[in-house]
Design a protein around this ligand. Structure first.
Ligand code: UDP
Length: 369
């Protein structure tokens, strides 16, 4: 019997790579296909060295309820045919919620990696996914003490919670290319170290509201007058930019396809500043020691805000915060580089493997708790 790792999106692939590697043949990776785009999933998965997963069907691009229910039905059939020792899910995606419900339905112990994040923003479907998964989980791997405190405040039993750190730290350490390769990545795009801004935009609150999308692109274009702005374009964002008739705004930006993880980290490591609405990027900048402007209404990662990041809405405050970030200069970035990441020490995946050993050797213990 194996340990089922249920995932479906790019950030889950990033953050579970090291755990899957450590588990070796004990891991059975099940990919729901929530992200079905080659650049967010297929090629991305091979680059990370994740073994060929079992794929579910009919999920990518469907409404949330269909994604969850279709994945749940297929996972239930899989778990019935070969019951896993434990199910591992990461984060707050529909794939993770489906994995959690499927584990619960078959009384398989559920391990939640990155438990206890809370934005307290009920407009985000991810917030609902997180809360539901944490209620179902038998082992909650909190990344930080604050994440643990969020869980305790919701009445979750302290014996179920372990502060492991966030697996993103070892993902960055393991996947950041060496200096020669990083220089080659920058060279291919004609970029100089510390001489550009790296931006990503993909959250529905920014892409699905044409006013917000226009405002963000307008600020990035203004910034591009002063410094090259690289924008690896997420497929959702590309579609929304075109649908909203905003494609002409992309002209002054260095638009690329979504980058492989190593290439993205290489650019992030040498960016003078990042601008992003991504969750994972908020954590990665704390390992890479780079300043970040977060374009969101709320964040579930307040730990990044203390030193590394500033939260802004889409609009002129984005431009102002970006200029302040750039003004930090080399000395400011060196100061950030010397700080420890609030997200852990790079040993989270190892701790989770140890916890899995306990769960798998005593099935039912956690499920009965
Ligand atoms: N990322 C990447 N290539 C890109 C843009 C982002 O590899 O072109 C990585 C990024 O470093 C982070 C992950 O993708 O680890 C974040 O995924 P996304 O922003 O889709 O999800 P979120 O973290 O917001 O859930």
């Amino acid at each position: 019997r194996s340990i089922a790792i249920v995932l479906g999106t790019r950030p889950e692939l990033v953050k579970l790579t090291e755990l899957i590697r450590l588990l070796g043949p004990a891991a059975h990776v099940v990919h729901t296909g929530q992200h079905y785009d080659e650049e967010l999933s297929g090629r991305f998965l091979t680059d990370l060295g994740i073994p060929e997963p079992t794929y579910l069907t009919g999920i990518g691009g469907r409404p949330r309820a269909v994604q969850i229910s279709a994945a749940l039905a297929q996972l239930d059939a899989l778990f019935l045919a070969s019951p896993p020792l434990a199910v591992v899910v990461q984060g707050d995606t529909n794939a993770a919620l489906a994995g959690a419900l499927a584990a619960n339905a078959r009384s398989v112990p559920l391990v939640h990696v990155e438990a206890g994040l809370r934005s307290h923003d009920r407009n985000m479907p991810e917030e609902h996914n997180r809360v539901l998964i944490d209620r179902l989980a038998d082992v909650l791997c909190a990344a930080t003490p604050d994440n643990r405190a969020n869980l305790l405040a919701e009445g979750i039993s302290p014996e179920l919670i372990e502060v492991t750190g966030n697996t993103v730290v070892e993902a960055v350490h393991g996947q950041l290319p060496d200096a020669v390769e990083r220089a080659a990545h920058l060279g291919r795009l004609g970029l100089a170290e510390d001489g550009f801004v790296l931006a990503t935009v993909h959250r529905p609150e920014n892409t699905d509201d044409p006013v917000a999308l226009r405002a963000i692109l307008t600020e990035l274009v203004a910034l591009a007058d002063e410094v090259p702005v690289v924008l690896p374009l997420h497929p959702r964002t590309r579609a929304r930019v075109e649908a909203a008739g905003l494609a002409s705004l992309l002209g002054p930006l260095r638009v690329t396809r979504p980058l492989g993880y190593g290439e993205f980290l290489a650019l992030a490591r040498h960016a003078a500043l990042l601008v992003s609405d991504s969750g994972g990027v908020q954590e990665e900048v704390t390992v890479l020691g780079r300043p970040l402007v977060v374009v969101r209404n709320s964040t579930e990662r307040p730990e990044a805000m203390a030193d590394f990041a500033t939260l802004v809405g889409p609009g002129p405050e984005l431009g102002r915060a970006a200029r302040e970030g750039l003004a930090l200069g080399a000395a400011g970035r060196a100061r950030l580089g010397a700080l420890r990441s609030p997200f852990g020490d790079g040993l989270a995946s190892r701790r989770i493997v140890e916890l899995l050993g306990v769960v798998a050797s005593r099935p039912g213990v956690y499920a009965a708790a």
